[in-house]
Design a protein around this ligand. Structure first.
Ligand code: AMP
Ligand code: GLY
Length: 425
């Protein structure tokens, strides 16, 4: 079997790392990939949202399955494109069609879905330019802080959490009237603020059956102590100690089952990952958001703990036989610490040579924003490397990651030294 993975981050390197271990997999291609995937698979210089270019490489390289990393190709309909094409329609795509991808592509759709199917989530209402004044009235009925969300995809920036009512009203107007986040904020979801501790649970579904993957917690802020600007994620830990058996069984009963059943009831044939962002409020789950893909850097810790064959699981997704597939997870804790370019998440420089990777012995280094320049590995993005380790405790795994980081160098390298600070005593 030849597999094509779409994407270029640490998530896609982690997918590649798992899939090349399957006896059934002959070759793995990654489009466009990075310097890490280049070492263990074949990179193809194709943009994941250029569907005609994808079609071309799928035919040339005799691809038997496509695994979609990021959300954009899914929201743009890559799965639908395959189904509508005579030459591609029998090639399975791991990732939902456009209808299912709306769970991430539209916050309004996903909130409506949750309410309709009785899935616990914050009380909300949606507003546009037409009913802006009603939106301001709704804000007055809520207690601070106020949560405003652009309905559409806004590169992870479309959520505002504001302490003052006046500011919330002004930002609402900026979003719907002045297109603060472009077209994405022409509809805005206003919702109640949820208290509690955040974590994520990942589900792989074939539309009927599901497997619940390990839980993970990511660290989104650039600064230590969870301070400063939001990033794509500065590190992650799996499993999450406070997600105990009792909490996870509530997640399964109150969130996962009604989500998979709700998709079926609504006629949405969903084949792929569901990434559920949750708040744990005194042991009770509430859904913050759905994503229709795996998280990055969560994949680096979640899928790394998979003991079963990922390709077999994907075959189960494609054939709706996921219930017959072996599924097991290694009990050890995984931690990943992201090395980022100085300046990220604001402006940063690229093209810095990375040295010392060959001296890392205790960790797996998943590449995120890297490329190859002659024989050098150089930085090509904000998030550069995800240094991932395993051990019996969080602390030991973190110690390994930080020892490995001491071996790695590039100009203006930055990272958080306190990943997991809230989970270790
Ligand atoms: P989202 O893109 O919906 O995940 O929102 C981004 C981040 O904002 C989440 O990861 C939470 O940390 C925070 N957030 C979103 N919605 C709420 C809410 N209703 N209550 C508290 N925090 C929230
Ligand atoms: N780490 C968060 C995400 O992938 O959306």
């Amino acid at each position: 079997m030849n597999i094509l993975i779409l994407g270029s981050g640490g998530r896609e390197h982690a997918f590649t790392h798992q899939l090349i271990q399957s006896k059934k997999v002959t070759k793995v291609f990654v489009a466009p990939g990075n310097a890490g995937t280049d070492k263990i698979a074949t990179n193809l210089d194709v943009n994941p949202t250029d569907f005609n270019a994808i079609k071309e490489v799928v035919i040339i390289h005799d691809i038997n399955m496509v695994v979609v990393g990021p959300e954009a190709p899914l929201v743009n309909g890559v799965h639908d494109f395959f189904l509508a094409d005579e030459k591609l329609k029998t090639i399975p795509v791991i990732g939902p069609k456009k209808d299912g991808a709306l769970l991430e592509g539209s916050k309004d759709f996903s909130k409506e879905f949750m309410i309709k199917h009785g899935i616990p989530t914050a009380r909300y209402q949606s507003f546009t330019q037409e009913n802006l004044s009603k939106g301001k009235d709704f804000l007055e009925t809520l207690d601070p802080p106020y949560v405003l969300k652009a309905d559409g995809l806004a590169a992870g920036k479309g959520v505002l959490i504001l302490d003052s009512l006046e500011e919330a009203k002004a930002e609402l107007e900026e979003m719907v009237s002045n297109q603060k986040f472009g077209e994405a904020s022409s509809t805005v979801v206003i919702e109640e603020f949820l208290k509690g501790i955040e974590l994520s649970v990942f589900v792989l579904t074939d539309g009927k059956n599901y497997k619940i993957l390990p839980s993970a917690k990511d660290y989104k802020r650039i600064g230590e102590g969870d301070k400063g600007l939001n990033t794509g994620g500065m590190g992650a830990i799996s499993p999450v100690p406070f997600a105990d058996e009792s909490f996870l069984s509530k997640v399964e009963e109150q969130v996962v089952k009604p989500t998979v059943e709700g998709l079926q009831k609504d006629g949405i044939d969903y084949r792929g990952f569901i990434f559920i962002g949750l708040m744990n409020d005194n042991g009770n789950p509430s859904v913050v958001e759905y994503n229709v893909r795996m998280g990055d850097p969560e994949t680096e810790v979640v899928l790394s703990r998979l003991a079963s064959d990922l390709f077999e699981l994907f075959e189960g997704v494609a054939n709706q036989t996921l219930d017959q597939k072996e599924f097991s997870v290694i009990p050890q804790t995984a931690t990943t610490v992201m090395l980022v370019s100085g300046g990220y998440p604001e402006a940063y420089e690229k093209g810095k040579t990375i040295t010392g990777l060959e001296n890392v012995t205790e960790s797996i280094v998943f590449h995120a924003g890297t490329t190859t320049n002659n024989s050098d590995v150089v930085t090509s993005g904000g998030r550069v490397l995800a240094v991932t380790s395993f051990a019996d405790t969080i602390q030991e795994a973190l110690d390994k990651s930080y020892r490995s980081i001491d071996e790695i160098h590039f100009e203006k390298m930055n990272y958080r030294k306190d990943i997991g600070f809230d989970l270790v005593s």
